[in-house]
Ligand binder design. Sequence first.
Ligand SMILES: CCCCC/C=C/C(=O)SCCNC(=O)CCNC(=O)[C@H](O)C(C)(C)COP(=O)(O)OP(=O)(O)OC[C@H]1O[C@@H](n2cnc3c(N)ncnc32)[C@H](O)[C@@H]1OP(=O)(O)O
Ligand SMILES: Cc1cc2nc3c(=O)[nH]c(=O)nc-3n(C[C@H](O)[C@H](O)[C@H](O)COP(=O)(O)OP(=O)(O)OC[C@H]3O[C@@H](n4cnc5c(N)ncnc54)[C@H](O)[C@@H]3O)c2cc1C
Length: 558
Amino acid sequence: MEGHPLALHDVMFIPALVAQASDEQNKKWLRRAQRREIVGCYAQTELGHGSNLRKLETTATYDVSTQEFVLHTPQITSLKWWPGGLGKSSNYAVVVANMIVKEKHLGPHSFLVQLRDEITHQSLKGITVGDIGPKLSFNAIDNGFLGFDNYRIPRTNLLMRHSRVEPDGTYVKPPHAKINYSAMVRVRSHMATGQGNFLAQALTIAVRYSTVRRQGFIESGEQEVKVLDYQTQQHRLFPSIAKAYAFTFAGYETIRLYEQLLKEVDTGNVSLMADLHALTSGLKSVVTHQTAQGIEQARMACGGHGYSQASYISEIFGVAVGGCTYEGENMVMLLQLARYLVKSVEQIKAGESGKLGPLVAYLAVKVDGVDLEKGVEEYMKAFQHVSRLQTWKASEKFLKLLKSGEKREVAWNKSSVELTRASRLHTRLYIAETFKRSVQEVADPRLKEVLTDLLHLHVNYELLDMATYALEDGFLSSSQLDYVRDQLYFYLAKIRPNAVSLVDSWEFSDMQLRSVLGRRDGNVYENLVAWAKASPLNKTDVLPSVEKYLKPMMNSKL
Ligand SMILES: CCCCC/C=C/C(=O)SCCNC(=O)CCNC(=O)[C@H](O)C(C)(C)COP(=O)(O)OP(=O)(O)OC[C@H]1O[C@@H](n2cnc3c(N)ncnc32)[C@H](O)[C@@H]1OP(=O)(O)O
Ligand SMILES: Cc1cc2nc3c(=O)[nH]c(=O)nc-3n(C[C@H](O)[C@H](O)[C@H](O)COP(=O)(O)OP(=O)(O)OC[C@H]3O[C@@H](n4cnc5c(N)ncnc54)[C@H](O)[C@@H]3O)c2cc1C
């Protein structure tokens, strides 16, 4: 769980080669990387810049006389900073640098760069590399720093699947300006399943423990209850179980779309890029945020023992919450989706609704009301309504500011909180819709029934959470919200008998969970005592600090 020093080799280095290196280049590099003869990472973020890639300071200047690129980090803020596996493990990196050819700045491009000797593993001349120090979590990964002092690499180390620099310095442009960002889009496409998995681990621990832990009474005179029988406990945990499933289903879809994108890009069709970028930007933001919230609730649901490292939930939290920052800080990514939403509104206003992609077509269709008692489809219409309402509101605010003479960037900044709200609602609609579609496709009737209960719980929980938007324009009445609340409580109780099976179905082994509270056999108390006894502080009865500090203090006559 603390991460693996070679994680980025598989998660970003190899995928960056697959997506961005030419077939010819990959004949040289890919097999070696796959066999782990060379170990790589993805070095993009710098000390001074991570979000704003256009301002990266590392330069790769083409020297036509030697047909080499000269990599250079001109000042302290240009040092690469954060890349996982860079500090100590990797001997190669895909380095993102601003490419300069014939004095023209051509923006961020990716280069394969050797950092360390393949035999001695010592860093090469012109390279400064090391580890950035302990972090909140992920401490088994050597996130690193990297500097270049006019370090030369061959021209052919520019990844040339989509753009090229010819020996004479002629630049051949890629078919899409942002195609070099594909390694990030890939990771974002995979994040919903990865985060769903973190959430699932925390919930497995909390739900299992909640059936072992007995405390207090629901009805007086009976045996103390399992804490999972409290409605508040169910409310804390079950909606997150639904989310863990929902994120996984949404993630399967984005992974499929990324694979499709890769194939299409190879045939020169880049039309899916904008859609997938917008979708994955929103999804990674919403999913990581809700996962962090869900894990923290799972920890609190374990009471005092949740705070002990024996629960292991704090470690899961530390790793998962990194996702709110890496692969694009969440606010920054929500604003990327917002650009797409605003453009869609502008298209509708220009009478071009027919050109809208399938995920935003609903923005053009007004619905007057819904009959929630008819089922999940009506909930979807309600989600569409709140997302449409907020998207239009935020867009109109931005467009009005523009019309009043504000500069585009200033108008954008002044509308940005509203815009991020629109992005979240749009993404939550997408998650609910993929959840619904995925459950509809389940063939086994018994499985389908349980998942349908989870889906109902999810849509009621989500709609209640968005209630202010729906009440704002009178789309939902307060009696409709009462219905939603009743449904929510009904499904909490209905799911209770299946709760343990729902988490057990993820099939995490005790070794994976590493949690005393979440043990499959439920022997929590004996093992908590054994775990505490194994604490380093208990190796001796009397600590050396007694002689050194406590006794002088206790014997002092002051
Ligand atoms: C096991 C643990 C693993 C952890 C691994 C972690 C790895 C990392 O963290 S790697 C580093 C990740 N870094 C980031 O994610 C940086 C975030 N920043 C960006 O991605 C970009 O800077 C940006 C997208 C926020 C902005 O890029 P910029 O070039 O400045 O583009 P504009 O804002 O001007 O937008 C222009 C235009 O391009 C569209 N666009 C941007 N990115 C993409 C893309 N990937 N695909 C398709 N289109 C893209 C953007 O939407 C704009 O479109 P229009 O609105 O139509 O103009
Ligand atoms: C665990 C971990 C692993 C990582 N692994 C890698 C890796 O392998 N390779 C790699 O290259 N990088 C890696 N990174 C770096 C990571 O991708 C960046 O930290 C991330 O993209 C955020 O960029 P930043 O640090 O510049 O944040 P900043 O942009 O400085 O964010 C600071 C604040 O400014 C706000 N902000 C910034 N720009 C805007 C804007 N335009 N509009 C509104 N608000 C804005 C943000 O929302 C945030 O609140 C990793 C980071 C972490 C934490």
